[in-house]
Design a protein around this ligand. Structure first.
Ligand code: AMP
Length: 436
């Protein structure tokens, strides 16, 4: 029975506990491994930064900055915010450490908590975790966009996410003969259907018309579907870039769907945008968002610098993997357990000394071992081993110590085998090989 404590985690935050943490570790470990094979290095950044960094990089007009940031005044009266995302920090770090002088592009990845004061629901939290990567500097060759996406899809595959769908789009660039011209036309069309839109979209007609295309509001859908599409307004260079990205994806054998409504509301975003959805998540089914942002580093005071990146919602990735594990049952490769392999049931002082030695050797060999701190009757010890879900009990009593033969009991079958001490370790190592 849970006892209610006087304190609870703040709304929208939660504890991630064992055995679930094992899955988190696996997801993170796989990211380290896969991203390294693509030449990315990990960067760890502070979780708080000057508020101004996010106001600039994410945009003061966005919901994230205007409504959702956790900001506070530090003792020296500077305004500080918990990071709502990490691309701004990566760009800041790129400039701060003079990474422009390294061979370009610089490929970085990060993982960690982000903070947004959103309305909590399944797959949406106020403290959530992202795994992201950024490619800064060098060229904007379409092969870079495609390789970033290839890395993502490889990662999702390796981590065991089934049924991920990749959506792509191009939002052109911020020029009159390209996106700016399109946005003007979009505004005009939106003004005509204003009365049929909800209050959020009505407000966005002036502040951020592209974001109206993001709307999930059922009643708005028939109107939005009839709006002009950006693909028909891209300049020749952006059109060619988009066609080349698609060709590059095909070269890599990656399936994609085009979604003309996939936009980013900020001026420095350009050309490629992408999103990946995963099954089992309900309405919050976007597990990753990304895009090209060639103007961002310059906006932060640096030289013109190409940039592209993505952020995976780790909480959602885990939720989707858990849904899959539920469907597959206890034999799923994603099922997580938190049980010792072996429980040492010892009785008597001499046996205890042997038990301590055995525990040390077995743990050194990588086995998970539970060594009870107090002597227990064998019946009780075996019951405890069972409760903990151990696979084996190692029985060490006076007889075993005197004979130099240790008894290993397989708890599921009740089968017992006797081994001299060194052979026990060998036997367990053999078992490990067979089962892996
Ligand atoms: P964004 O930084 O808004 O482009 O989001 C990138 C990804 O982070 C999304 O596709 C989600 O998977 C995840 N994400 C964003 N906001 C939240 C949140 N409040 N809770 C959980 N995951 C989130």
């Amino acid at each position: 029975m849970a006892t209610k404590s006087k304190f609870q985690a703040i709304k929208g935050t939660r504890d991630i506990q064992p055995p679930e943490t094992a899955l988190w570790n696996r997801v993170e470990q796989t990211a380290h491994e896969v991203f390294a094979t693509f030449g990315y290095g990990e960067i760890r950044m502070p979780v708080f930064e000057p508020t101004e960094l996010f106001a600039r990089a994410v945009g003061g007009e966005t919901d994230i900055v205007s409504k959702e940031m956790y900001s506070f005044e530090d003792r020296d009266e500077t305004s500080i915010s918990l990071r709502p995302e990490a691309t701004a920090s990566v760009c800041r770090a790129y400039l701060e450490h003079g990474m422009q002088s390294l061979p370009q592009p610089v490929k970085l990845y990060y993982m960690g908590p982000m903070f947004r004061r959103e309305r909590p629901q399944k797959g949406r939290y106020r403290q959530f975790y992202q795994i992201g990567a950024e490619v800064l500097g060098g060229t904007d060759a379409p092969a870079i966009d495609a390789e970033v996406i290839e890395m993502l899809m490889t990662y999702f595959d390796k981590v065991g996410l089934h049924g991920a769908t990749l959506y792509i789009n191009s939002i052109g660039h911020n020029a009159e003969n390209c996106r700016r011209g399109y946005v003007e036309q979009l505004k005009t069309e939106l003004a005509k259907i204003k009365d049929n839109l909800g209050p959020d979209s009505q407000r966005r007609i002036d502040t951020n018309p592209l974001r109206v295309l993001d709307s999930k509001l059922e009643s708005e859908q028939p109107y939005i579907e009839k709006l002009p599409r950006i693909a028909d307004h891209l300049c020749d260079e952006c059109k060619a870039h988009y066609a080349a990205v698609k060709r590059q994806l095909e070269l890599r054998g990656l399936l994609y769907q085009e979604n003309w409504r996939l936009v980013r509301g900020l001026d420095y975003y350009m050309r490629t945008t992408f999103e990946i959805t995963a099954p089992g998540l309900g309405s919050q089914n976007a597990v990753c968002g990304g895009g090209r942002y060639d103007g961002l580093v310059e906006l932060l005071g640096g030289p013109p610098t190409k940039g592209i990146g993505f952020a995976i919602g780790e909480d959602r990735l885990i939720l989707s993997l858990q849904e899959r594990a539920k469907l597959e049952g206890p034999d799923s490769p994603l099922a997580t357990r938190h049980s010792p392999l072996l429980y040492i049931a010892w009785m008597g002082e001499r046996a205890y000394a042997a038990a301590i030695r055995a525990a040390k050797d077995l743990r050194n060999a990588g086995f998970s071992v539970e060594l009870p701190p107090l002597e227990q009757k064998f019946g009780k010890a075996l019951g405890q081993a069972d409760k903990l879900g151990a696979k084996y009990a190692l029985i060490l009593g006076d007889n075993e110590v005197a004979e130099g033969l240790w008894t290993l009991k397989t708890l599921l079958t009740g089968e017992q085998q006797k081994f001299p001490e060194p052979e026990l370790l060998e036997f367990l190592c053999q078992q490990k090989k067979v089962s892996s």
